[in-house]
Design a protein around this ligand. Sequence first.
Ligand code: FCB
Length: 444
Amino acid sequence: MLSTGKPLPASTRESSPVANGFEKPMPSLTQNGTRLKFPAGFLWGTATAPTQVEGHIHNEWTDFTAQDGSSCRVACDSYHRYAEDIEWMSKLSVNSYRFGIEWSRLQSAPFAPLNQNELARYVDQLDRLIAADITPMVVLHHFSNPPWINAAGGWTNAPTIPAFVDYVGKLVSALKDRVYLWNTFNEPDTYAGLAYVLGGFPPQRKWKLGQFRRVITHMARAHEQASRIIRERGHGRRKPEVGIAKNWTFFHAYKKFSPWDRLSASLCHYSFNKFVLDAFLGGGRRNASTFIGLNYYGRVRFHHFNAMIPASGASETRLKDFGFVCDDMLERYPKGLGKILPYLQRKFRLPIYITEHGAASADEKFRERDLLNYLTVLHGAIEQGADVRGFFYWSLLDNFEWQFGYSKKFGLIGVDFSDAALPRTMKPLGEIYREVCSRNTLGH
Ligand code: FCB
C-alpha cells in the first residue's frame, strides 16, 4: 500500500458511510433567529476565471469542445461587459472580487513587453472595482496558458518558469497601486490532474504521472520565485499578500473496511492533497506565501473503484440510494471544512481565504441550504481560532464550466446563454448572499 508519509491527521482519515454534516438539518438560521457575526473587515466576494467568463480568448481552451458541444469562445462576454458585471457585484453587496488576468492577452512571446491595450482594459476593470469599494484579488494562473507556452510543452517544460516569473514581474510593477492580493496558481492539483492524469483538460493526456509531478514541481518553483518578485516589486498602497489557491477534496472509502476503495482514496489523497501541499508549502517553501487560499467544495467516496459523484458520471438515483447529498458535481461535506481549516491553521500558521466555495444546481433551495451549512461551519471554525479573512462564492455568473460546458449552474447571477444578448438576472441565492455580505452576519 502506498505510504502517505506521516500519519494523516485524524480529520482526513475519517470515513463514514453516513455523516457528512448535511443529513442532520443545520439550525435554520433564518428561522430560529440565531445570528452569526463574522469578524470586522471580513472579505465577502465572488470569484470567476478569464476562460470561463471573458470570451474572445486565445489559449488552449479556444478550440476545446466541451461535453455539451459548447466552447468558451463567447462565454459570458465579460471581456466587453465587465462594467455591467461590476454593477451586479454592487447589487450583491460584495466587498471583494477574485478574478484572473489572462496571460495570453498580455504577452505574445516569452519576455515580450506587456500589450498596453489589453493592460489598459484590465486597469479600467480594476479602477471600476476600486471605485465601487470592491477589493480585487488577482489570480495569475487559472488553468490556461498562452499558445506559445503550450507549444513548448506547457508546465512540463522548465523554461516556462522564468517566462512566467518575467510576466508576473511586469504585471505586478504595472498594477501594484491597484492590487495587493495576489493568487499565483489556482488549484495546481486540479490543473495537473485533469490535464495529465484524467484527460479532462487540454492537452488531455492520461496517466502521465511523471508529467503530473513535473507540472506540480515546476509550478511550485514558479510560485516561490513569483512570490519573491511580488513582495519586492508589489508594494503599492498596501503591503502585498500572496498565496496559491489549493483545492481540498476529501477522499474516502464508502465502506471503511473495503481495502481497494481505501487504497483508491489514499492514492488520490496522496497525489492531489499531500504531494501538492508539500510541494507548495512544505519546508522553506512555506515562507513564500503570506496566506493560504482554500477552494473547498466537498468529498469523493469510492465504491468498487468508482468515484461516487455526479462529475464522474454516477447517476442521481444511485447516489440517492447510497444516501449521498450532492450538487451537480460533488458530494457535499460541510463538516470537512471544519476539519481542514484547523488542520491548515495548525500546520502552516498563515491566514486563510476561502478562495472558492459554491454549488451547481437548478434547485435554489438546495443551494441556499448548502451555503448556510458551509457558512455555519466556517463561522464555527473561526470561533475556534482559524484565522480566515474572507470567503469568495463560486461564482458571480453562470459560466463555462471547463469540460462540462454551460451545463453546471454555479452563478449567483444567472446568464441566459440561449439569448445572444446574454442577459443577466439575479438568482434567489444572490438575494440570500447579499443579506449575508451586507450584514457581515448569517441570520437576521
Ligand atoms: C474549481 C475551479 C473553478 C470552477 C469550480 C467549480 O475547481 O477552480 O474554475 O471550475 O471548481
